[in-house]
Write a protein that binds this ligand. Structure first.
Ligand code: SAH
Length: 237
């Protein structure tokens, strides 16, 4: 089996591996479970100023990444045709845990990081880029978004996490938020660990955790809670 491969197109290749070079992802990178290539979009610039952007057609603030330069950078990456081609973009399909899972089971991804006001629409169409958003807020560039996506995928690759954590989970879209966690010391600034957790009664611990997770989810994420109730009703009925 070939390794999971992230090819990142960016104006700031020095940002990589960055946080992906430490802890779980970093160890997995060093041990060859996945591979990372950060390619400089500017290497595909053609003029003597090595410019990659220009002013928006129709006017408006900022600069736009040029279609011809970005297309040349994508073509130079020579990615296998089966590799998903993603563009980090606040307009994109929201990244979810099930989307992450799907990407993680594939061969990897070619990931384009935008900058400035974004990229020329024509390269998105001409190179079949699939726009992916990591949330409803605007970053200054696609690099941190790409790192978030890669990190979420890499931790699911076989051999990256311990067996305990990597056990099959529900999709995030209809599951519960996690219950509160505690560890030593037994008392912290007058706050004790809930008695049930130190009772040694595994059934009671499990019931407590479920109740806490349900309460948290219904209050903080009514969207997840509603999806879960809906799924329960369809599977029960
Ligand atoms: N003018 C654009 C924002 C450009 S932000 C707009 O209003 O839609 C510059 C770059 O940062 C984008 O091209 C994209 O690659 C990246 N980016 C910003 N926010 C993002 C998000 N929420 N998810 C993924 N990428 C994002």
């Amino acid at each position: 089996m070939s390794i999971w491969r992230a090819t990142v197109l960016t104006l700031f290749p020095d940002m990589f591996p960055g946080p992906l070079g430490v802890s779980l992802a970093g160890k997995a990178l060093a041990s060859g479970i996945w591979a990372l290539e950060a390619r400089d979009i500017r290497a595909s610039a053609t003029d003597r100023h090595r410019s990659v952007d220009d002013t928006p057609a129709g006017g408006g603030p900022g600069m736009v990444l040029r279609a011809d330069i970005l297309a040349a950078a994508i073509d130079a990456a020579d990615a296998p045709p089966a590799l998903p081609r993603l563009l980090m973009s606040p307009r994109g399909r929201p990244l979810t845990q099930s989307g992450v899972r799907e990407l993680a089971t594939g061969p990897g991804a070619l990931i384009v990081c935008g900058r400035f006001e974004g990229v020329d629409q024509r390269v998105i169409e001409a190179r079949g880029l699939e726009e992916v958003s990591i949330g409803d807020y605007v970053l200054s560039g696609g690099e941190i978004a790409a790192m978030a996506l890669i990190d979420a995928c890499v931790r699911l690759l076989p051999g990256v996490m311990g067996k305990a954590e990597s056990g099959a989970q529900e999709s995030f879209s209809d599951t519960l938020l996690e219950y509160p966690q505690y560890t030593r010391p037994q008392t912290f600034e007058g706050r004790a660990i809930p008695d049930i957790l130190t009772s040694g009664d595994h059934a009671k611990v499990a019931a407590w955790r479920t109740a806490e997770a349900e309460a948290l989810t219904s209050v903080r994420r009514p969207d997840l809670w509603a999806a879960r109730q809906l799924r329960k009703n369809t599977t029960d009925g």
